[in-house]
Design a binder for this molecule. Structure first.
Ligand code: DHB
Ligand code: MG
Length: 230
């Protein structure tokens, strides 16, 4: 499937190889998901993108390539080892001019971005430690504007988030409980928001994705109204 749609892409292929050689976990988005993020950014004409969880910069490169001249992408990575691989991949892909790689725990870096008034970002991609997804989502709301899109990775997790399947099945690790709790917390936030405010501030959906990375999904949240602090 990917071969028909994507063609050869040495920079991205080398990014995967470098990540693998450096021992990073093979949990980057799949090629078709990367391209989907890229097309989404282009459709939105995104000029400012925020990513939480750089890993080896595979998704970073896909999204950075969607930026127009003068665009910017801030990406946050907690692991200095992962960030070193990401920096090499970003430079080799020729997107280092637009990518601002911040190394540090998102719990510290994101409040700094808010304090710096680094937003608003047109597109936010949340793909860091899953237990913190609800907090990252709340912060993303502070860093976006009316019409921004927040994309959240890993909202299906082989079906475990819905509760029908146990961790340990369908490629989801047996010790995945904090991840599942984090993703459920994200859905609970959205459910509470709907109950209390309808779609005044956000409108959301979740799309399962089946591909080379198994069964998972993206959450999509359109910012429809003023955010706290905005
Ligand atoms: C894991 C994290 C991810 O972001 C992902 O897309 C798949 C797996 C993990 O931590 O296992
Ligand atoms: Mg992910």
């Amino acid at each position: 499937m990917c071969e028909s749609l994507l063609g050869e892409d040495p920079a991205l292929e080398q990014a995967v190889e470098r990540a693998e050689a450096a021992g990073l976990p093979p949990i980057a988005v799949s090629p078709n998901q990367g391209k989907y993020l890229h097309l989404t950014a282009r459709l939105m004409r995104a000029e400012a993108i925020l990513e939480l969880g750089t890993l080896g910069a595979y998704s970073t490169i896909w999204m950075a390539r969607a930026l127009p001249a003068g665009g910017r992408l801030v990406t946050v990575e907690a692991s200095p080892e992962y960030a070193a691989v990401a920096a090499a991949n970003i430079a080799a892909a020729g997107v280092d001019g637009v990518v601002d790689l911040r190394v540090g725990d998102a719990h510290e870096v994101v409040p700094q971005l808010i304090a710096e008034d680094a937003g608003p970002f047109d597109l936010v991609f949340i793909d860091a430690d899953k237990k913190s997804t609800p907090q990252y989502f709340r912060w993303a709301l502070e860093l976006t504007r009316l019409g921004s899109l927040i994309v959240v990775d890993n909202v299906v997790r082989g079906g475990t988030v819905l509760g029908g399947l146990a961790p340990g099945s369908h490629g989801v690790r047996a010790d995945d409980a904090p991840t599942i709790a984090g993703v459920r917390g994200f859905y609970e936030l959205l459910a509470r928001e709907r109950r209390e405010r309808g779609e005044e501030r956000v409108s959301a959906t979740a799309i399962p994705t089946v591909g080379s990375k198994g069964l998972d999904g993206f959450g999509f949240v359109l910012v429809t109204g003023r955010q706290p602090g905005a």
